[in-house]
Design a protein around this ligand. Structure first.
Ligand SMILES: [Zn+2]
Length: 290
């Protein structure tokens, strides 16, 4: 089944649920960046969170970016999504290889270390909205939970998971976000909290072949969830020679003249899809005349 987010409500619209299956998207990220398993997990969890947050955006042109900066060997990562849940991202150090945690899981916290998580929402205003929290766990789901509570005053439950196969390809990836809107009855909150304490990890449910609808039913039980829609999730990089050219121009003509003098050519690398753009001496010289 292709990647998607199932959006639903429960408790007469006082509970919002987003259930994501993002295997192909995370696999695409792995193929672009050749990430080690632990960094595939860090990037994949973050891409899933971004896709879900993207689906919460109201306007067509809105963009959300999640940036993690840590003092661990992975350094950090950047992921972004538009309102159509078209995501892209990269990690600072894709090759980090650290031991598994005692429970056999990939040590994302160990790779990222301590630092900050920043959410930037470009909502078409003069200034973007910026919310920053200290990393409380470094495992990303707990950090997103803290972000939603602290910066958006929305009590939420977040689960994110990536299962990496023996050959380092992505076997499963997905997650969910549950948000309590004002007026959510106490009994629903208590019931959800109890379910979340006993629920299996998302990747285990996906490994069993459970659909997003199955996971939704486990989360809300007999509370009659109301499915709103199912939206696709895709890895999309919109880079082009023209865009890269603009970025090069922004560096300044003085700098371009220096590149011509020293190297006679330039190669610019897209962080999001690893594509290289070559500029010949002639092309660089043409930029100087623009
Ligand atoms: Zn690109």
């Amino acid at each position: 089944m292709s990647d998607h987010i199932l959006r639903a409500t429960a408790g007469e619209n006082t509970v919002r649920l987003f259930i994501a299956n993002t295997r192909d998207t995370v696999e695409q990220a792995y193929e672009y960046h050749n990430t080690s398993p632990v960094m595939s997990a860090a990037l994949g969890r973050s891409l899933t969170a971004a896709a879900i947050m993207g689906s919460m955006l109201k306007s067509d042109k809105d963009v959300v970016t999640i940036q993690i900066k840590g003092d661990g060997p992975g350094g950090g990562l950047t992921v972004t999504s538009n309102s159509r849940s078209e995501v892209k991202g990269y990690v600072n150090n894709p090759n980090v290889d650290i031991p598994l945690k005692p429970n056999g899981k990939l040590d994302v916290q160990g790779a990222l270390g301590y630092g900050t998580l920043t959410v930037i929402k470009d909502l078409g205003m003069k200034e973007p909205y910026v919310g920053r929290i200290p990393l409380v766990s470094g495992e990303i789901a707990e950090d997103m939970t803290y972000y939603f509570a602290k910066s958006e005053q929305t009590p939420s439950a977040v689960a994110l998971g990536v299962l990496v196969d023996r050959d380092y390809s992505i076997k499963q990836a997905g997650g969910f976000v549950i948000q309590m809107m004002p007026g959510a009855p106490e009994e629903i909150i208590t019931d959800l909290e109890e379910r979340l304490m006993t629920i299996e990890p998302v990747t285990s449910m996906l490994e069993k072949g459970m659909s997003s609808e199955d996971i939704l039913n486990i989360l809300v039980g007999d509370r009659e969830p109301h499915v709103l829609d199912r939206i696709p999730v895709n890895y999309v990089c919109n880079c082009s020679k023209e865009r890269v050219e603009k970025a090069l121009m922004a560096v300044g003509k003085k700098e371009i003249a220096k590149i011509i003098e020293e190297d006679g050519k330039a190669t610019l690398h897209c962080h999001f899809c690893s594509k290289d753009y070559d500029f010949s001496r002639e092309e660089l010289e043409k930029l100087l005349t623009m």
